[in-house]
Design a protein around this ligand. Structure first.
Ligand code: NAP
Ligand code: MG
Length: 454
């Protein structure tokens, strides 16, 4: 064990210290989870459901505390942080409805009956990034626990505080010991051990595509199950027949929310050429109007970036030759601030168009017609989310079917609801989280034939 520090990104002050697990501590946690698995698996479905409901209620009772922890640890605005803690509660309540509904099939066969079971996997390892520490954790552990698995959870080293608190709340709510453990530590140590330890039967990873590929390759060694939620470079496509005022007023929030540190950020705005100039005119006041500042202030809409190193990485996308159309504001003084920034890319290979910035930087570019919009939107290795703005319902349907992405919205920017499926096409990921099938992703289907012939 070594001790690590947690820094408040809005003040640059140390807010807490925590213990970083080494390989031995990680192995011990995995082995405890492995021993706890049969008891949890064999518990009556209704009892497992009741405990998850109690866990949800404990989160709800602690909602303001969890939200304040996230403001201090991740610099999230207080409004967002409350939504995030509420999302954990809701995912748990929804998951609590799953144990009694994990239905198998009865399939017609000759000479007997054939039935299927959805068996839990055993220990599930969940690796969480720093951008949405609470929701991303819950999207994994809610359904994994509901399906009868035990969970070891690794938060990002930068943002362990809410995960550690959720671990305490689970115990206080009555979950048996070692059914849900939070193991804080480095990705290359704790996360890597989830990949290599044979008792961990599935890894759920959210983070960079680069590390996601390593996790997938590592899991191949044991044919370990894996769900990956990786990067994005999502398109916000605005057609000339759209409600331009609404499209321009909402576009900043679709990319600058959480300071752009969102895998679903609509970081490419594609605008039909005939309304391109008009759209930029409408976008400018909307971007300048984004309230950037103290995340604890109820009126704030955008906080700081997560760390000094990340701010440097984001700034690296703006080269001296980069054409910046306009920017929003940022506070002076301590904190890892970066203003909302609108860029006009130089050409289709400009890094700001091809790479995930993961900061408040958006590229705006024109397209000619529907086919051109689809071509540009799909000209990316990613395929996570996107938005289509048009008043033509036929076009909305044609374009949503043609865009290669897992989560699309029409005349809006919503990507995530706990009861609808979420995940990426192409290099944005593998598998789906949330929605009615969430628990199935944490099971193996077992087929059993029972002979009835004498
Ligand atoms: P990252 O390295 O992919 O980290 C994500 C999580 O994986 C963290 O918990 C990290 O641990 C862990 N990890 C790192 N290396 C690992 C390994 N070899 N084995 C197992 N686990 C490992 O992401 P990042 O470095 O924080 O961010 C880099 C970029 O990734 C961002 O700028 C952004 O473009 C992208 N990103 C995307 C998402 C998303 O939601 N899709 C989220 C975060 C980042 P520690 O950090 O604690 O060591
Ligand atoms: Mg990393």
């Amino acid at each position: 064990m070594t001790t690590s520090q947690v820094i408040n990104p809005a003040t640059e002050k140390v807010v807490a210290t925590f213990e970083s697990a080494d390989v031995a501590a990680t192995d011990a946690a995995i082995e405890r989870a492995h021993r706890a698995a049969p008891g949890w698996r064999d518990m009556a479905p209704g009892d497992r459901a009741r405990l998850l409901r109690r866990f949800a209620e404990a989160v709800d009772a602690d909602l303001e505390n969890l939200a304040r922890l996230e403001v201090a640890n991740a610099g999230h605005t207080i409004g967002n942080a409350r939504w995030e803690a509420g999302n954990v509660r809701d995912v748990l309540h929804y998951s609590a409805g799953l144990p009694e509904r994990l239905l198998g099939s009865q399939i017609p066969v000759a000479g007997g009956i054939d039935i299927t079971f959805h068996e839990p996997l055993g220990v599930v390892g969940i690796i969480v990034p720093w951008n949405f520490p609470m929701p991303i954790a819950a999207w994994g552990f809610g359904p994994a626990l509901a399906a009868g698995n035990t969970v070891v959870l690794k938060p990002a080293e930068l943002t362990p505080l809410t995960a550690l608190r959720l671990g305490e709340l689970a115990l206080a709510a009555g979950l048996p010991e070692h059914v849900f453990q939070v193991v804080s530590g480095r990705g290359s140590v704790v996360g890597q051990r989830f990949v290599t330890h044979p008792a961990v039967r599935k890894v759920v990873f959210t983070g960079s595509t680069e590390v996601g590929k390593q996790i997938m390759a590592g899991c191949a060694e044991q044919v370990k199950r894996v769900t990956l939620e990786l990067g994005g470079k999502s398109a916000n496509i605005v057609f000339a027949d759209a409600d331009l005022d609404k499209a321009a007023a909402t576009a900043p929030y679709a990319v600058f929310d959480n300071a752009g540190q969102d895998c679903c950020a609509r970081s490419r705005i594609l605008v039909q050429r005939s309304v391109f100039d008009r759209f930029l005119e409408l976008l400018e006041p909307a971007v300048r109007g984004v309230r950037v500042g103290d995340p604890a202030d109820e009126a704030t809409e955008m906080g700081p970036l997560i760390s000094a190193a990340h701010r440097e990485r984001v700034a690296g996308f703006l080269e001296p030759s980069t054409k910046v159309a306009f920017t929003g504001t940022r506070p002076e003084g301590p904190g890892f601030w970066f203003p909302p920034t609108v860029v006009l890319p130089a050409g289709p290979t400009d890094r700001v168009l091809t790479e995930e910035v993961f900061g408040p930087v958006v590229a705006v570019l024109p397209f000619t017609d529907e086919a051109d919009a689809i071509r540009i939107a799909n000209d990316s290795e990613y395929g996570l989310s996107g938005s289509i703005w048009t008043s033509d319902v036929g076009r909305a349907l044609r374009v949503t079917r043609a865009v290669e992405a897992g989560n699309l919205s029409v005349n809006s920017h919503s990507s995530v609801r706990y009861w609808t499926p979420f995940g990426g096409f192409k290099q944005s990921g593998l598998g789906r989280e949330l929605g009615p099938d969430a628990a199935r992703a944490f099971t193996e289907t077992k087929n059993v034939f029972i002979a009835t012939d004498q």
